[in-house]
Design a protein around this ligand. Sequence first.
Ligand SMILES: Nc1ncnc2c1ncn2[C@@H]1O[C@H](COP(=O)(O)OP(=O)(O)OP(=O)(O)O)[C@@H](O)[C@H]1O
Length: 580
Amino acid sequence: MYRLRFIKPFLKAYKWHYLFGLFWLLLVNIMQLIIPRILGSVSDGLAEGILDSSGLLRYVGIILAFALVIVISRFMWRIYIIGTSRRLEYFLRNRLVEHLQKLSPEYFNHHKTGDLMAHATNDINAIRMAFGPGIIMITDALVISIITIFLMINQVGWQLTLIALIPLPFLATGAGFFGKVIHKRFKNVQEAFSNLTDKVQENLSGIRVVKAFVQEQAEIKKFNEASQHHVNMNMRLIVIWGALFPLIQVIATLSMVLILFFGGRAVISGRISIGDFVAFNSYLGLMIWPMMAIGWVINVIQRGTASLDRVNEILSEKPDITDAKDAVELDIQGEIEFKNLTFEYVKGIPVLKNINLKIEKGKTLAIIGRTGSGKTTLVNLLLRMANPPKGTLFIDGVDINKIKLRSLRENIGYVPQDNFLFSTTIEENIAFGLKDYTFEQVEEVAKIAQVYDNIMDFPDKFGTILGERGVTLSGGQKQRVSIARAIIKEPAILILDDSLSAVDTHTEEEILKGLKKIMASRTSIIISHRVSTVKEADEIIVMDDGEIVERGTHEELVAQGGLYYQLHIKQLLEEKVNMA
Ligand SMILES: Nc1ncnc2c1ncn2[C@@H]1O[C@H](COP(=O)(O)OP(=O)(O)OP(=O)(O)O)[C@@H](O)[C@H]1O
């Protein structure tokens, strides 16, 4: 029952739906079981010559009435059981996606998107099958076989019933064995499929890299291999399914043959009537379906439980970045302080070492440094995309771990290095997550970010829909839309992580000029590789291998003649060469 812990609330809320559905299902079963008895009586009546036309018509009327009730009942159980299983699918998928949203970026570094997509599709589908068709099959199989056996004994005695049922234990063990193999092979198919999804997803997201490195053929080959593996795994599953059904058929036929022989002899010797024989045969016919269902239902339930285990595993994953119990809502002013901050993603490998830094409210800090020196990690901690150690990072004097995540992130305007844009309109991308905004605001921030004119050149202007990852925009345009998205929030803290790298120095200057007004009243952090981007900042820090190695204003750092100075000279030379 522990397995059901996450879907318990749903099952509780919908128990009456299931019970109501089961009621109709049982009604169908009972009706189906009575019909053979009626057929038996008709046969006897006909054989004994005591049935006239009006009597026959009465029986026809009864069977028709039964058929009508069966039609209505089937409709009802389908609505109530299959319908409820579809609601379960909806409930579980929403719960899963909601939970995934709460997990930290680190979780997604360690779990493939393709796998997670497979959980959200295949696994949830398998759970739905278990809680819809699976429940129907089990009920059918149990109710029909138990009542049928009882009726068979009642009709022709236990000896003949026993003979008819001899093949059944073989069927049960055979189905059990096949169920196990099917489950294993199905798992392999699932894994192969997840691998396939992953490949497609990576290939489409990375299409530019694939093309630029002329790797189309190599990628197609890799995909074909994965695809072939998926087919092979499916073939192995088909083989076992293919063997299962004939086996069930053989066993069912064996029962029929036994009954034909022994039942026929009983009729000849007069121990049972022809009517009994007909009814008994119909009962046996009714038993075949549940028998066949056994093999199928074992598979469905096994798949369902395996899928439920996988989904449970994700749902049990505790989000590691959450609000502390005593977290406070903070109207952030923008003072930031790092105190002796040392941070490591992997134990024993510090990426930031002993960082001491204070940024006064409204000031601008620029960070420059080699790639991998820890610049992005610094802002990741500020956004709490990772947890900084206690007592090392403060905003307005409050330990960042004690600030409610929502109030922290709502007060930070962040332009990430990877400018992800959604496949929606430019306007919606800029106003992302804002409930109240005016179109004028969108236009204004687009102007500040120097992307307004570009947008107005598109036929649909702000209504232009962007492709996946904003493919209709150039790298620089994407960066500027991202900047507009960050500043429309009017955040207390603005962070630009290498956000001007794809624009030329002239546009950069224009953007910085536009941002100056915005930044005057906000605390800003600008990360860049370019001296031209950072030189106006109130303080510049130079990072190297997780440490602050130089700090000061542009003039001070140039005067120091260190790393910053060398970078400055190198970039000045580059500019001159470019202009020449
Ligand atoms: N999630 C992570 N898990 C483990 N190590 C990480 C993780 N993210 C970054 N790192 C490592 O931390 C170090 C600092 O990375 P970071 O992204 O902060 O550098 P950066 O200065 O921003 O580089 P760039 O200028 O290239 O963006 C690198 O050595 C990187 O490999």
